[in-house]
Design a protein around this ligand. Sequence first.
Ligand SMILES: *[C@@H]1O[C@H](CO)[C@@H](O)[C@H](O)[C@H]1NC(C)=O
Ligand SMILES: *[C@@H]1O[C@H](CO)[C@@H](O)[C@H](O)[C@H]1NC(C)=O
Ligand SMILES: *[C@@H]1O[C@H](CO)[C@@H](O)[C@H](O)[C@H]1NC(C)=O
Length: 238
Amino acid sequence: MSNLILLILSSFFIITEAYTVIDVSNVLDDIENEINLSENDLYLLTEKLYGDDNMVDVKLYYECHCPDCKRFDKNEFGPAVEKLSRYLNIETYPYGNAQTIENNGMLKFKCQHGPAECYGNKLHACAIDYFQNTTTAVLFNICMMGYDEGLGSNDLAADRCALSMSVQSKYIKACARGERGSELLKYYGEESKKANFSYVPYILINGQLSDGTNFLRDVCAQFHVLPPPCRTYFNKYV
Ligand SMILES: *[C@@H]1O[C@H](CO)[C@@H](O)[C@H](O)[C@H]1NC(C)=O
Ligand SMILES: *[C@@H]1O[C@H](CO)[C@@H](O)[C@H](O)[C@H]1NC(C)=O
Ligand SMILES: *[C@@H]1O[C@H](CO)[C@@H](O)[C@H](O)[C@H]1NC(C)=O
């Protein structure tokens, strides 16, 4: 009895499948009349061809009080991250031209814009560590860079940015004051030395240097399949 049901069921599926195949060719004939794909549908379909290959790698080396880094964050990096973060593998290195000094197991740092910058870089490093979500951490750090009471990237900036993003700042500040902050900054120092740059912001897109004056364009140029925000960009500007 149950075998009979199974047989009936499977014939049904075979028939259904056969029917589907025929149906698809009909749809293909009339595709322009029958289906209007949104830009996002089109992206999701074509993206499958490339999978993770359609993600673009972005590496940003910076220090929190450098004016050019702040400008880049505000005018270029921030807007691009907001539009494109889901299509990017972002890694940020808040260290810049600092120096790490290890003395009898004690870690000290010298920063281009003084001790407040070392502390700010630690806040940035601790945010990346704390959020465990690159997009959230990067947006938080961009917010701290743009906070313009004082030089930004200080405790007050951390509090205000945390408030505006409905997240906590207390663990980030505690980390920045403690050993964890120093360990993280040391790590970013080592990674920065490997990149061998001589100025910041130092921006790599899929390993290629970008001068940062038109970051969105440079990022969009790297996709095999343009994600919707890049389509909009190219329609407007090309
Ligand atoms: C598809 O879009 C065109 C133009 O935007 C519109 O005229 C047409 O009615 C749409 N077709 C369907 C099936 O939604
Ligand atoms: C990270 O945060 C963003 C923005 O808040 C969110 O859209 C995304 O889903 C999060 N990613 C992960 C892996 O949790
Ligand atoms: C680092 O860059 C300098 C020039 O800025 C170059 O002379 C040197 O060879 C580079 N070192 C490595 C390891 O790439």
